[in-house]
Design a protein around this ligand. Structure first.
Ligand code: PBG
Length: 330
């Protein structure tokens, strides 16, 4: 063929900004963004994190201020992580009513509960002296069923504190069912369960370990998923749905877009994804080195999640991006 078939030209739809805007298949809205926040019991001042430039561990006071700002920007919700002063073998502070995470939930629920969705991480790793997501058996392994009892108690404590959504990130088998049963029995049938359905054992959680002062020395390979396994995510999805998960999650984000797309295609409930600490750090450090355009890289990574099928995204840039979107910038 010597000339182009002149009638079919995909570039035609890319000619002006208005046309490109009109034909874009997915878009971001501030309400699609969920802000993860850290609150630490022993702090007198917010503490910046070296591995996540721009992110801090909060005091209760600074948490409320930053949460107000996020809500004013229109974010869809806030996901809380707590770092207690005292860690022990069973993570006692996780379900103590006066534990730092439960106090933070209560604070935000009281001040912002009418205007946003208050969510809490439901896992033991921030609370245990050994840093594992569950309690240990006599051989040092993570005891699945003994951990379920702790999670059930945590779910009720978080619900009593005022959490609208509990985020089950521990990857124990039957965690969704155990927490649903406990919440219903305690009189919290409306508390939403978000299951971290496909959560992979990932190097991209690196900076998060600093953020929660993690004491972990080993790894989580016996409970989090192997990065090689995609099909297994659908098995986890079937189980979480059968146990009553209201929302499911794929995590991390960018390295697992294929898994996200498959889960999104198969799921009858909302599917969220988590742009984790290491993904945040990669973009921040590459931008600081002048290698990439920071704002464009952030926007592109977030739109990729929407394209793959995510309904909402947990991202440490939630407030900043929500503000930009409200100002009408991409
Ligand atoms: C476990 C939990 C982790 C993250 C969220 N919940 C760490 C882990 O599984 O090791 C990681 C989030 C991030 O890296 O931003 N409670």
């Amino acid at each position: 063929m010597t000339s182009l078939p002149g009638t079919i030209r995909p570039r035609r739809l890319r000619t002006t900004p208005a046309l490109r805007r009109l034909v874009s298949e997915v878009r971001l809205h501030p309400a699609d963004l969920i802000l993860p926040m850290f609150v630490k019991e022993t702090l007198a001042e917010p503490a910046p994190l070296t591995g996540m430039p721009g992110v801090v561990q909060h005091t209760l006071d600074s948490l409320l201020t930053a949460a107000e700002e996020a809500v004013a920007a229109g974010v869809g919700g806030i996901m809380l992580f707590g770092i207690p002063a005292h860690k022990d073998e069973i993570g006692s502070q996780a379900d103590a009513p006066e534990g730092i995470l439960n106090r933070a939930i209560a604070l935000l629920a009281e001040h912002l509960g009418e205007r946003t969705v208050v969510m809490a991480d439901l896992c033991l790793d921030e609370f245990t002296s050994h840093g594992h997501c569950g309690v240990l058996d006599a051989h040092g392994g993570v005891d699945n069923d003994a951990t379920l009892t702790r999670y059930a108690s945590m779910a009720v404590a978080q619900a009593r504190a005022g959490a609208h959504v509990v985020g089950l990130s521990g990857m124990m088998d039957s965690q969704v069912g155990a927490c649903r049963e406990a919440l219903d029995a305690a009189g919290f049938p409306d508390v939403v369960i978000m299951g971290y359905t496909a959560k992979y054992a990932s190097a991209f959680y690196g900076p998060f370990r600093e953020a929660v002062d993690s004491e972990l020395t080993g790894d989580r390979l016996t409970y989090q998923q192997d990065p090689a396994n995609g099909r297994e995510a659908l098995r986890e999805l079937a189980l979480d749905l059968a146990e009553g998960a209201d929302v499911v999650m794929v995590k991390p984000g960018l390295p697992y877009l294929d898994v996200l797309a498959e889960v999104a295609a198969a799921s009858p409930v909302p599917v969220w994804t988590y742009q984790v600490s290491g993904e945040y750090a990669m973009i921040e450090f590459a931008a600081a080195a002048g290698a990439i355009d920071r704002e464009r890289a952030i926007a592109e990574s977030l739109i990729a999640f929407k394209r793959a099928g995510a309904d909402a995204i947990l991202t440490y840039w939630a407030t900043e991006v929500a503000q930009r979107l409200t100002e009408g910038r991409p």
